[in-house]
Design a protein around this ligand. Sequence first.
Ligand code: ADE
Length: 254
Amino acid sequence: MRFWILTLNPGFFRGATDEGMIRIARQKGLLEVSVVAIRDFTDDRYGTTDDYPYGGGAGMVMKAQPILRANESVRRDAEAGGAAAAGESPRVLVTSPQGKPFTQAWARELALEREIVVLCGRYKGIDERVIPLLGAEEISIGDYVLSGGEPAAMVILDALARLIPGVLGDAESAEADSFSEPLLDAPVYTRPEEVAGQCVPDVLLSGDHERIRVWRRREALRRTWRRRPDLLLGRTLCKEDQKLLDEIKKEEGR
Ligand code: ADE
């Protein structure tokens, strides 16, 4: 996958894309990250990337033309690199608190793309005409407002990198994650057995694989029920899960 980031703050990604899963994916040759500075595509000597909003009001709006030029350059590079066929445009996402919520299902779909462009929003927003002109989809990483889209682009990149086929080893396969089915993970522990008077649950030391499996399932359901009941709403559970959940509700007196 080639992941392009259009940004006013290219420095933000220095270091961040050289660590962890993103570094592994890049080293394996399965991911290429290209950071494009929008400011390089301005046409005045001040490098102006924003302007006042029509109709007045506070905040500045990102100008359309530098973004369109930056995207055009990405398209040319993508075609020259052979990753995109002539005339075929990469998928374009624009980070925005107004966007569609980013989910694991969307991440799985995006991880299959060969080319993705993420345009990082800033200031009060981006000139609205950019969205249809780029055929872009607006994407939000949560119901809070960041000062810029760069952290959102990093979140998206991280979530996609680990889903690119071949990046994770079998043992850590992304299939077993929270949200590959919409259930939170059970708690995990490692050595030592006791930390400041807190002990590892006995069952995990029992060596009884079936008991451990059931315990993990029960605790995953318990966490989901306590913290994210919305994930269970309207879901038909298998017989075992339903029984465990009924027990949990009884235990918790709800
Ligand atoms: N830019 C500012 N806030 C954002 C959010 N929550 N998600 C994506 N982009 C953003």
